[in-house]
Design a protein around this ligand. Sequence first.
Ligand SMILES: Nc1ncnc2c1ncn2[C@@H]1O[C@H](COP(=O)(O)OP(=O)(O)OP(=O)(O)O)[C@@H](O)[C@H]1O
Length: 197
Amino acid sequence: MITLDLVEKRFGAVPVLGPMRLCVARGEVLGISGASGAGKSTLLRILAGLDGRFEGELSAPGRRAMVFQSPTLMPWRTVLDNVTIPTGVSEASAREMLARVGLGGLEGRWPGQISLGQARRVAIARAFVGAPEMLILDEPFASLDAERIEDLLALTAELIAEIRPAVVLASHAEAELARLATRRARLEGRPARLVAH
Ligand SMILES: Nc1ncnc2c1ncn2[C@@H]1O[C@H](COP(=O)(O)OP(=O)(O)OP(=O)(O)O)[C@@H](O)[C@H]1O
């Protein structure tokens, strides 16, 4: 279970997020929408434990994974190492998950030698391979064409159903939110509040 009781998040003197309470249980997917600059990434970074500079309280499971807008692979490591090194999983588990996401045979490639869609699959393999209790998805399918997004959405939905982390997904894309979210909310106003959708 993820529970956030937020009083306020500011950048300097500017309050960006206002009071909100958010609870997400394992197996749930909370889909968050909101205009550009509304504060989605800021909220997700707090939930992921990447930004502790806020007023309020966060309670979140220990086994966490995050997929960002850009796949954030280490360019000097192979695809396989990009899964094993950050997660500490065995090579066999990483190979199995890479095959699962359709990247069997590409384990030895460098990130510069794969497409953006394939890099996103590596990021998804890396996120799920450690069976996270909590998963934060920040526009994980941005800038892919419709067909590739459909494949990745199906794969992500399948892995979520199997591993059942508590998931928070931020996206501008209605189709992604409609497909994956079990519950929806929208960030509105400045400082932003979370409004049920
Ligand atoms: N490190 C920072 N310092 C100062 N202001 C910041 C910082 N990071 C974000 N902001 C501001 O906080 C607000 C929320 O930004 P955030 O990136 O969370 O929005 P977002 O909803 O994720 O936007 P987008 O959909 O465009 O990615 C914006 O006004 C942004 O300019």
